[in-house]
Design a protein around this ligand. Structure first.
Ligand code: BGC
Length: 767
């Protein structure tokens, strides 16, 4: 097997906290390089070992390696084979997921290794999505930190905990770009943007896989769900997708491609059909693009029961046909449904599946087992003493608290309502989410405890404030869709009347987000808004602390409350992190990774939209511009734009300076801006770079994120932030679908949010 050489370029502009003269890597040319050694140690020794082993395997044993079974842990779909242990004993299972713990994984591994004919070890997988036992903020929240080191750290801690429990593989990161907040799984990704999403995906894979997959504290990552799952029609989960080749390649594929270049070990197919062909049996995606064009050498697993779902898609006539279609398209491993196991032997006999194709898939899976070191010592990950030491360690909990603080976005802060004054004697803490452990932990809290460990806002505030400040707590309202009684309002009003400031914790239940949790409305569910309106009548300062897994439409709150802090679902240490931010022990620095629409009718609304032939101009009165691309009853802009996020400090941006207003093809220019912390607090700022190509052979977005820099600024400090722009940053899929830049005029924007920038022009000229 050939050695895959990976670029050893480490992305620096986006992770650094040193502010000066950083260069801007292009997402496609300079990915963070991960796990080089996974691919570089694939010596002849491994090849010979695997060839030797495969020579001894029966066809049934080979097909068994393509089978992924769900163990006794959590159920993440509706089907499970209860006889999976028997099947392991027969030597007919390649991998198991939803089973964890050093003891349990060791026991199952023992069956595979000691009770089967060939003793081939199992791979153990799990959905380690936003933490393993120590739970970090949901993925969308982490993306809001724009802090790639923090995101990498979260994945690293998760891998350390998971691997100690015998796990070798996580089904993360989800890198589906999504511009539809109705879709519940927007919470699992990095939001609307291709560039940010790609950088976040790379940081996560780097954290999970480290730089050596054979180390016992690293785990294989999965690039999922391949592909276009985030564009499910109407935001309804599992729904069909239909996108052009240009949209596919410009928006949906770049994060996946970057992960292949960076050495991700596995891919997972998506549930949806794409342009009429289900992703799980999509030869174009799996074979043409992933294998042939990108050279992916890891293995592809289907999503949960996605093979037999080809029948319900109306694409396969029965489960045997489905197995043949998925396998021949390029899906190596079948998750849960056992369709490969039940049918592929017959398909080989009938010449519907080629034995050489089976051999290739088996080899890919065995290679991963080899690279994980499982043939040397199949029990090396299941380590009870390490499990006891690392799981939920103090260090991990502190890391989770830090990432949680970094992920919070201050959406509004009138009259510096936040941070709360240290001279306060009383706080009303109100809302269904203020003391809910089950919610703050988030929508895919893996193996995390949901009942006792999560720190709520009430607990976090009490721990910080002690007896000095009286906290008057009342739940007051409910987020349940059906709630319309105002029974709890009285207690909430009493608590509020007794207090100097009202902190309201509202949003969604964690169950309203994630898989199979699409919503047709983005308002605060239940009777929460009604209670907020009652509280407003008291004429006291109101701080709204939000917990939610998607953009919400918050028009009334934006117009009526004093401060709004978006905290997402912030994990095990969420309550401490929120208390840190509310009291000013941490100055918020998050920025939205996705636009917050004014209402659901605006969807999709995102910063990189096209101009159209009749663009609406917000500076001209509405009446004077009929027949423009706008709504009759609402403006086009979102309530909170992509990249928006305030700080307790303020940042002044000087004028943009370009090293030249002309870039030659193949060359580069630098754009610099002096940023000064003009406020009263030390704080971090995310300086954002956007570019617009004014004329293209295919229409171009009005603005596209092309770089960012998150730096700490001491009170009064100034730094010059510099971005290097290369031809690669200007490249796109041209009219003929070739990828490259076109000479012409460009606009470059630098600012604190996508809707708060200044600009300079430059041109790109032929050599
Ligand atoms: C989800 C995947 C997940 C799998 C295994 C599916 O329902 O779509 O994202 O990894 O279950 O739990």
């Amino acid at each position: 097997m050939k050695t895959k050489l990976l670029p050893l370029i480490i992305s620096c502009a986006l992770v650094g906290s040193s502010a000066h003269a950083q260069s801007l890597p292009n997402q496609s040319s300079a990915p963070i390089s991960v796990a080089e050694t996974i691919w570089q140690d694939d010596s002849k020794v491994m090849d010979a070992f695997i060839s030797d082993l495969m020579a001894k395997m029966t066809l049934k044993e080979k097909i068994g390696q393509l089978d992924l079974q769900a163990g006794n842990g959590v159920l993440t779909g509706s089907y499970r084979n209860k006889d999976y242990v028997k099947q392991i004993k027969a030597g007919h299972v390649g991998a198991v997921f939803n089973t964890l713990g050093a003891n349990r994984t060791r026991a199952l591994q023992k069956i595979a290794v000691e009770e089967t004919r060939l003793g081939i070890p199992l791979i153990f997988g799990y959905d380690v999505i936003h933490g393993h036992r120590t739970i970090f903020p949901i993925s969308l929240g982490e993306a809001a930190s724009w802090d790639l080191q923090a995101i990498q750290k979260s994945a690293r801690v998760s891998a350390e905990e998971a691997s100690a429990e015998g796990l070798h593989w996580t089904f993360a990161p989800m890198v589906d770009v999504s511009r539809d907040p109705r879709w519940g799984r927007i919470s699992e990704g990095a939001g609307e943007d291709v560039y940010l999403g790609t950088q976040v995906a790379l940081a996560r894979v780097k954290g999970f896989q480290g730089d050596d997959l054979s180390k016992t504290d690293t785990i294989m990552a999965t690039a999922k769900h391949y592909a276009v799952y985030g564009a499910a029609e109407g935001g309804r989960d599992y729904n069909s997708t239909d996108v052009s080749e240009r949209t596919l390649r410009s928006i949906h594929l770049p994060p996946f491609k970057a992960l292949v270049d960076a050495g991700v070990a596995t891919f997972m197919t998506a549930f949806n059909d794409l342009n009429g062909v289900p992703a799980t049996a999509n030869k174009y995606l799996l074979d043409e693009i992933l294998r042939k064009e990108w050279g992916f050498e890891g293995f592809v697993v289907t999503d949960y029961t996605a093979v037999e779902e080809l029948v319900k898609h109306g694409f396969a006539k029965d489960s045997k046909h489905a197995a043949e279609l998925a396998f021949n398209a390029g899906a190596d491993m079948d998750m849960v449904g056992q369709n490969y196991f039940k049918h592929l032997e017959a398909s080989v006999t009938e010449n519907k599946v080629n034995i050489a194709t089976i051999d290739k898939s088996v080899r890919r899976i065995l290679e991963m087992k080899y690279r994980l070191g499982l043939f040397e010592d199949p029990y090396r990950y299941s380590d009870l003493s390490r499990e006891k030491k690392v799981v939920l360690s103090q260090e991990n909990l502190l890391a989770a608290q830090d990432v949680a603080r970094k992920s919070m976005v201050l959406l509004k802060n009138d009259k510096q309502t936040l941070p709360l004054s240290h001279t306060l004697n009383s706080i009303a803490l109100i809302g269904p989410l203020a003391n809910s452990k089950a919610d703050i932990i988030g929508s895919w809290a893996g193996a995390g405890d949901r009942k006792t460990q999560p720190v709520t806002v009430l607990e976090g505030l009490k721990a910080k404030l002690g007896k000095d400040v009286k906290i008057n707590f009342a739940k007051g309202a409910s987020y349940n869709y059906q709630s319309n009684s105002n029974k709890g309002f009285g207690a909430a009003m009493v608590a509020a009347k007794k207090s100097e400031v009202i902190v309201v914790v509202m949003g969604e239940s964690q169950k309203m987000t994630g898989e199979a949790s699409s919503r047709t409305s983005l308002t605060l569910p239940g009777n929460q808004l009604a209670l907020l309106k009652e509280l407003k009548k008291l004429n006291k300062p109101i701080v709204l602390v939000l917990m939610n897994g998607r953009p919400l439409s918050l028009n009334w709150a934006n117009d009526n409350v004093d401060a709004i802090l978006e905290t997402w679902f912030s994990g095990t240490m969420g309550g401490h992190a929120i208390a840190d931010v509310l009291l000013g022990d941490y100055n918020p620095s998050g920025k939205l990774p996705v636009s917050f629409p004014r209402n659901v009718g605006q969807i999709p609304v995102y910063h990189s939209m096209k101009s159209t032939g009749r663009p609406f101009n917000p500076s001209i009165p509405l009446k004077k511009q009929n027949y423009t691309s706008r709504y009759e009853n609402l403006e086009n802009t979102p309530l909170y734009a992509f990249g928006h996020g305030l700080s307790y400090s303020s940042f002044d941006y000087g004028e943009i300076k370009l090293s030249s207003d002309t870039m030659t093809m193949g060359g580069s220019i630098e754009a610099s801006v002096k940023v000064t912390n003009t406020g009263q607090y030390d704080g971090e700022e995310v300086v954002q770079l956007y570019i617009q190509d004014l004329v293209g052979s295919a229409t171009r977005p009005v603005k596209e994120l092309k770089g960012f820099d998150k730096s700490m600024f001491k009170k009064g400090e100034s730094k010059v932030i510099t971005f290097t722009i290369t031809e690669q940053d200007l490249a796109f899929y041209r009219q003929d679908m070739s990828f490259g830049a076109e000479a012409g005029e460009f606009k470059l924007f630098i600012g604190t949010a996508s809707d708060n920038t200044q600009s300079k022009s430059f041109s790109l000229v032929e050599k």
